[in-house]
Design a protein around this ligand. Sequence first.
Ligand code: IPE
Ligand code: IPE
Ligand code: MG
Length: 234
Amino acid sequence: MTKNELKILPTHLGIIIDGNGRWAKMRGLSRSQGHMAGFKNLEVIVKECFYKYNIPHVSIYAFSTENWKRPKKEVDYLIKILREYLDDNFSVKYPNVKLNIMGDYTKFPEDLVIKATATIEETKNNTKFILNLGINYGGRDELLYAINNIIKKEITEVDANILENHLYTKGQPPLDFLIRTSGEQRLSNFMLWQVAYAEFYFPKVHWPAFKKKDLLEALQTYQNRDRRFGAIKE
Ligand code: IPE
Ligand code: IPE
Ligand code: MG
């Protein structure tokens, strides 16, 4: 099946990029080399989502609130890679993409914060695609951040609309499809609110080895899912 035969595509696709470490270990490489390969692959796959499949909202889990528990050396390396990912070339790499960071990124070193803020500013008027990048992101943290901001406004009764307007994904549709590579079948605190009716897909392949053909296969699977949202088909 080719892309032209894909009739139903997700509007909002999430990816939990897992397995960089295991991919490296299998090859006798360091975990850092695994992350390096993972981020290279991220660029390729995200571009494919936007420019080949025209998926308007893509959410990536790149660094969780729990990932600070990893050895300092690994955390430092991940920060180095994030810095490169968010470099001045971002808008060249991703034309028409608005960068939206999910998570309190001010906890990262100052130069990364400056870079991220500049890239957000530079891309803010792009309307075709949105890349939601989860860094220091946790779904529970996001809900607390939303609730606390609502309280600050002295709003006393909250409905779904108000809550959604205080999430990092404000104004965006919920997740339709969530891919987590490497075989683990858990959310690890990713987009707890937005995932409510998403379809899940857990390929065994480790993230650096998840190629364009794997994305196509995932999207083919998605279009054959029967989404009912609690209703029945008459
Ligand atoms: C995912 O790969 C990348 C990040 C969490 C940043 P892992 O580093 O979790 O790889 P495994 O799960 O140890 O193989
Ligand atoms: C989830 O992967 C976080 C990211 C992909 C950024 P982890 O590898 O950290 O998750 P666990 O520890 O296996 O649940
Ligand atoms: Mg992992």
